[in-house]
Design a protein around this ligand. Structure first.
Ligand SMILES: NC(=O)c1ccc[n+]([C@@H]2O[C@H](COP(=O)([O-])OP(=O)(O)OC[C@H]3O[C@@H](n4cnc5c(N)ncnc54)[C@H](O)[C@@H]3O)[C@@H](O)[C@H]2O)c1
Length: 365
């Protein structure tokens, strides 16, 4: 069996076992190891290298039903060992679910990852800033216990890198229940002067990056549904109010976010048959985060330097001008976004939506 064939089978067997060996409505946690020999207690199964997901699920279902005792460990010949983790159940709104958050080393992504862990999830923090993702994950393990978070490298613009991040998630936890596609960049400039490299970067991270994350994660979520047809999962994109209305001198960003809504609506239609809900959250401006408040490169500092707010003399003046645009008089904070994340996960009858979380700044028709 080639390495690619082995990887493909791991990404089918592990999520299938999460679902087939689930004792409650939540899926099990399954760890993969490349053990040379199976322990005597394990269920030994042989699966052809090119077997389809349907064939794998059928083969595993038959073997588990025929096993004389409850199955805890499955050895698949030439692939490895899959073990059910017994004490994985956690309390909380997303207790025992597995979540991957892209762009989780700082800002909104980090806030979401921290809250999901607080609410009982096993969280993968994936970021191009690998060091940041790993050290934040270590912090979460200190607070919530070993193994509750994992930090890893991802470049969402690169298909291979996204594939590797999903592979590592499956090997660590067996699959995935919640994908939060959050990584994003902003380069604001007039269309008359913006370098095309800036346009390409914004489009690659915000638009193509969302597509690639869904492309690699959806098959894992789909296998879980195939093995347990009443199971449903979530893909949530952190979009922006700039995905709903144009943004002056910020066309690359707004265009990439508008495109994201098109992807969300199309993914929702396509993936509904795999039990996957796909929705976007469109937050207003998060003034307290580094994107706006970084003293050197934050947007407040940039807008002050660019004279974008007439009469503004300090960063505080710029901030006040932006707060005044919001009917509720303040920026969006991470807890506002997190409330929308839980709404979408708990609401089982919503897909293809864009939820505006903007303090009244954007009102949909
Ligand atoms: N900050 C706001 O006001 C605001 C408002 C609405 C929506 N959003 C959206 O929320 C999301 C998060 O924004 P934020 O303010 O936390 O930004 P941020 O700049 O603080 O964090 C973004 C993270 O994404 C990572 N990242 C960048 N490029 C990447 C790549 N190619 N692959 C993987 N990771 C990459 C960065 O390393 C960083 O950790 C973005 O999608 C943004 O568009 C932000």
């Amino acid at each position: 069996m080639t390495v690619d064939e082995q990887n493909r089978l791991i990404n089918i067997v592990a999520p299938a076992l999460r679902a087939l060996l689930a004792q409650v409505d939540k899926l099990s946690l399954v760890r993969f190891s490349e053990s040379a020999s199976d322990p005597p207690s394990s269920l030994a199964v042989e699966i052809p290298a090119k077997a389809s997901a349907e064939q794998v699920v059928e083969r595993l279902t038959g073997a588990i039903e025929a096993a004389p005792e409850p199955v805890q460990v499955v050895g698949v010949k030439n692939v490895g060992l899959f073990s059910v983790v017994e004490d994985y159940m956690q309390a909380g709104r997303v207790g025992a679910m597995v979540a991957l958050v892209s762009g989780a080393a700082q800002g909104i992504g980090l806030g979401i990852a921290q809250d999901l862990a607080e609410q009982g999830a096993y969280v993968v923090l994936a970021d191009i800033d690998e060091h940041g993702a790993r050290s934040e994950a270590e912090q979460l393990c200190k607070i919530h216990g070993p193994g509750r978070a994992k930090g890893l490298a991802i470049d969402v613009t690169d298909s291979e890198s996204v594939g590797k991040a999903i592979d590592q998630t499956v090997r660590a936890y067996g699959g995935l229940d919640i994908l939060i596609s959050n990584a994003g960049v902003l380069k604001a400039q007039s269309v008359k002067t913006q370098p095309t490299e800036d346009f390409d970067l914004v489009t690659a991270v915000n638009y193509k990056g969302y597509f690639l994350c869904v492309q690699k994660a959806a098959p894992i979520l789909a296998v879980q549904h195939l093995a347990k047809p009443d199971y449903i999962s979530d893909i949530i994109q952190i979009n922006s109010k700039s995905g709903l209305v144009g943004s002056n001198c910020n066309s690359a960003y707004a265009g990439s976010k508008f495109g994201g809504i098109g992807l969300t609506q199309s993914f929702a239609l396509e993936l509904v048959s795999d039990g996957i809900k796909v929705n976007s959250i469109c937050p207003g401006n998060f003034f307290d985060g580094p994107l706006w408040s970084d003293p050197q490169n934050g947007l407040f500092a940039q807008y002050l330097r660019a004279g974008k707010v007439p009469g503004a003399k300090t960063v505080q003046d710029v901030r006040k001008a932006y707060e005044a645009k919001v009917p509720m008089g303040r920026g969006c904070d991470v807890s506002d976004i997190i409330n929308a994340v839980y709404y979408l996960i708990e609401q089982k009858y919503e897909t293809g939506q864009a939820i505006a979380v903007t303090g009244g700044q954007i009102m949909l028709r």
